[in-house]
Design a binder for this molecule. Structure first.
Ligand code: CP
Ligand code: NVA
Length: 301
């Protein structure tokens, strides 16, 4: 593994290696065992979109590993004034040991990796959110003791989260069902992968998708950059709310996860959110551990 650009690039073995190291780092942190595995290293964090979890977990994660993280808002970088990503990649590679980038186009992240000479980590694009999905898989494994054989269900938009969860779930031996309106399906490359992998079902009816699920996930209806479509999307996604009635279709003890930020009363009811807050905030914490594992695997000498 040279970069973390998308879940499609990872093998099952690589995913399991990340999750195992994440568990170990979480254990060590809980028990006060220091792990300065990236002492003297610097991570640049380029943000073209807002963030709470990604920024804070990468920044503190890098500090806990003995290194430092630089917050690079695209508003302040020359990239925001049109300097090509190909040049930015070659310059930053001379100063840093790794780059995390949150942006719109997946192609920009791929170009950064292609032109730079240091590891690149995708901190969310319109296409995917691999860091979040690694934390989600870690959380499911933590609560259920396994991934293999479980049924994952995603209700909502065929966005970055749905794209990455389908791939991450199938690669780790879960079956995956999704429910989305016909105009909001996942990316064609993901559907192609899912067809080849098997164990995937897509519905327009959330009730059908939720049948026998062990974990139900959802996400906002309008992602960052889609704010102007908010009203159209609210209409399109009416009936796609994760509520108590939907959970009754799932297996007993079904987990509910949400990458956050959540819009209560839209994609999830306040009741379901609070009933599953323990899982959801463990999931948020696991961003830290999963990303530390990714950085160690990519950046350690
Ligand atoms: N889930 C997630 O990526 O959160 P942020 O947008 O706050 O980073
Ligand atoms: N789909 C959401 C995820 C936020 C973490 C977005 O892209 O805004």
């Amino acid at each position: 593994m040279k970069h973390l650009l998308k879940m499609l690039d990872l093998s099952k073995q690589e995913i399991v290696e990340i999750l195992n190291l994440a568990d170990q780092l979480k254990y060590e942190r809980k028990h006060g065992i220091a792990h300065p595995l990236l002492a003297g290293k610097s991570l640049g964090m380029i943000f073209q979109k807002s963030s709470t979890r990604t920024r804070v977990s990468f920044e503190t994660g890098m500090y806990q590993l003995g290194g430092q993280a630089l917050f690079l808002s695209s508003r302040d970088l020359q990239i925001g004034r049109g300097e090509p990503v190909e040049d930015t990649a070659r310059v930053l590679s001379r100063y840093l040991d790794g780059i995390m980038i949150r942006t719109y186009a997946q192609e920009e992240v791929e170009a950064l990796a292609q032109y730079g000479s240091i590891p690149v980590i995708n901190g969310l694009t319109d296409f995917c959110h691999p860091c979040q999905v690694l934390a989600d898989l870690m959380t499911i494994r933590e609560f259920k003791g396994k991934l293999e054989g479980l049924k994952m269900c995603f209700i909502g938009d065929g966005n970055n989260m749905m794209n990455s969860l389908i791939v991450g779930g199938l690669k780790t031996g879960m079956s995956v069902s999704v429910a989305c309106p016909v105009d909001y399906q996942p990316d064609a490359s993901v559907l192609e992968f899912a067809k080849q992998a098997g164990g995937f079902e897509m519905f327009t009816d959330p009730k059908q998708a939720a049948q026998g699920a062990d974990v139900i996930l959802t996400d906002v209806w309008a992602s960052m950059g889609q704010e102007e479509e908010k009203q159209i999307r609210e209409k399109a996604f009416a009936g796609y709310c994760v509520d108590q009635q939907l959970l009754e279709r799932a297996n007993p003890g079904c987990m509910v996860l949400h990458c956050l930020p959540a819009h209560r009363g839209e994609e999830i009811t306040a009741q379901v959110f609070e009933a599953h807050a323990k899982e959801i905030f463990e999931e948020a914490e696991n961003r830290l551990h999963a990303q530390k594992a990714v950085m160690v695997l990519l950046m350690k000498d």
